[in-house]
Design a protein around this ligand. Structure first.
Ligand code: ARG
Length: 462
């Protein structure tokens, strides 16, 4: 049985090979854009009426047909046919089957090239909003946990070695800062996204009187693109979006890495809720942080998409090329990964408890108060470089004696520096040091309490 030729393939002799059909189709990916494609088509059709390019009654039929197709697609009744290549052709074909002649006028003054770019932009606008919402709930969970632990001290690390004491809350808020920058970046990315390419056609615009501003306005775009050749091939906004996702993935992975370590037997700083752990098929005692491990490793998929989109873009001769179809694979991979990982992270954070006893037990190790002792000497007039040397020697002595700094007698201190007086003991021990931080933004209790209130207020307004 010979297949019927599609009406946009009259130029070709015969019908495409099965392999061609399977190889070039993007329907399996872009069908999730159906709502946006339909919204774009409805706006385009309304503009065609305004310009007397179609009649009012034709518009009515087009809109009715489109809304039926949308309902069939959202209810899952619609039968998608990959032979039609992509969501744009699928919808147009269904419309023509439904309403006949008026359906054939919908593509007036439009190409799939400006259509697909419109669809992606509409999708991305919504996706950014959704991701921002999810990041905000993750921030809220972190702020609540930080509020519970605003006064609990933990070792602060550099090089994963004990460095200086910090409060758990300030550690948690350090992630809120990261995710907040991610939100700002995503919102910045909406600006280049929010530009309408419709009316750019295949690449050169049109000889028809299309009102580009009108379609842009109907679709809620802030502006129209300025150059039709650029508009059909511009995917900079996709690269930017994926980069933003990649950095979110980085931050989630950093959190995951910390918590995998912190939940281990050796650290025991925190306990993940059982509902977010998995067990082992062999070792009955296991509580594994698999969700965190997968958040960490799926970062790779997002980075892959960033490389993917940049690679697609770097070799584009000016104008539209089919390579650009791959954009969807990368933006969807990146955003799906981020979306589920943010959600998992928020749930994990809400179910986590910090083990304050275990944290306190760790504070005596590693001379977390050594820097505070050097700063104490500075306050007594000792130049910092000298104070640094003195404390280094005191630490060596303590190690030999198997003592902490606060366990030394005044005489032992004085053997290293005459500047030490009895008030030194107010500056030793992690708990005291964390209370003594006075710089703005420091990792101490007062700064953290203030910051928790600040974030609570900020986030409650969103
Ligand atoms: N499916 C294509 C894409 O996603 C739509 C544009 C096709 N345009 C073309 N001239 N072949 O980019």
């Amino acid at each position: 049985m010979s297949k019927q030729k599609k009406n946009w393939e009259q130029r070709l002799s015969g019908t495409p090979d099965k392999l061609t059909v399977a190889f070039v189709e993007s329907l399996s990916l872009d069908k999730r854009l159906y709502k946006y494609d339909i919204a774009g088509s409805a706006a385009h059709a309304e503009m065609l009426v305004e310009q007397n390019l179609i009649s009012k009654s034709e518009l009515k039929e087009i809109k009715k047909g489109l809304s039926e197709i949308r309902d069939e697609m959202s209810s899952g009744k619609f039968k998608f046919d990959k032979e039609l290549e992509d969501i744009h052709m699928v919808i147009e074909d269904a419309l023509i089957k439904k309403i006949g002649e008026p359906g054939k006028k919908l593509h007036t003054g439009r190409s799939r090239n400006d259509q697909v770019s419109t669809d992606i932009r509409l999708w991305m606008r919504d996706e950014i909003e959704l991701l921002v919402k999810k990041l905000t709930s993750l921030e809220k969970s972190l702020v609540e946990l930080a509020g519970k632990h605003a006064g609990d001290v933990m070792p602060g690390f550099t090089h994963l070695q004990h460095a200086q004491p910090v409060v758990v809350g300030s550690y948690l808020l350090s992630f809120v800062e990261r995710f907040e920058r991610d939100i700002v970046r995503l919102n910045n990315c909406s600006r280049p996204v929010n530009v309408s390419p419709l009316g750019s056609g295949a690449l050169a615009g049109s000889t028809l009187r299309l009102d580009r501003k009108s379609t842009a306005e109907k679709l809620g775009f802030k502006d129209i693109s300025r150059n039709s050749i650029d508009a059909v091939s511009d995917r900079d906004f996709c690269a930017e979006f994926i980069f933003d996702c990649a950095l979110i993935a980085t931050h989630l992975s950093q959190l995951a890495e910390d918590w995998i370590i912190y939940s281990s037997e050796e650290f025991g700083f925190l306990r993940l809720d059982d509902s977010f752990c998995t067990s082992s098929s062999m070792m009955p005692q296991k509580r594994n942080p698999d969700l965190l491990e997968l958040i960490r490793s799926r970062t790779g998929r997002v980075y892959g998409s960033l490389m993917g989109i940049l690679t697609v873009l770097k070799a584009q001769p000016t104008g539209y090329n089919r390579d650009l179809q791959e954009d969807k694979f990368h933006i969807f991979t990146a955003s799906d990964m981020i979306d589920s990982s943010i959600e998992a992270a928020a749930a994990i954070v809400s179910g986590t408890t910090f083990n304050t006893e275990k944290l306190a037990a760790n504070l005596d190790k590693g001379f977390l108060d050594a820097t505070a002792l050097a700063e104490y000497l500075v306050n007594k007039g000792v130049p910092f470089r000298q104070a640094h040397g003195i404390v280094g020697s005191i630490v060596n002595f303590c190690e030999e004696q198997n003592k902490g700094l606060s366990e030394l007698s005044l005489d032992e201190f004085k053997a290293y520096s005459e500047a030490v007086e009895t008030d030194v003991y107010e500056n030793l021990g992690s708990e005291k040091v964390a209370r003594n931080y006075i710089t703005e933004g420091a990792a101490g209790q007062q700064q953290t309490e203030q910051r928790v209130s600040y974030w609570r207020e900020q986030l409650s307004e969103r």
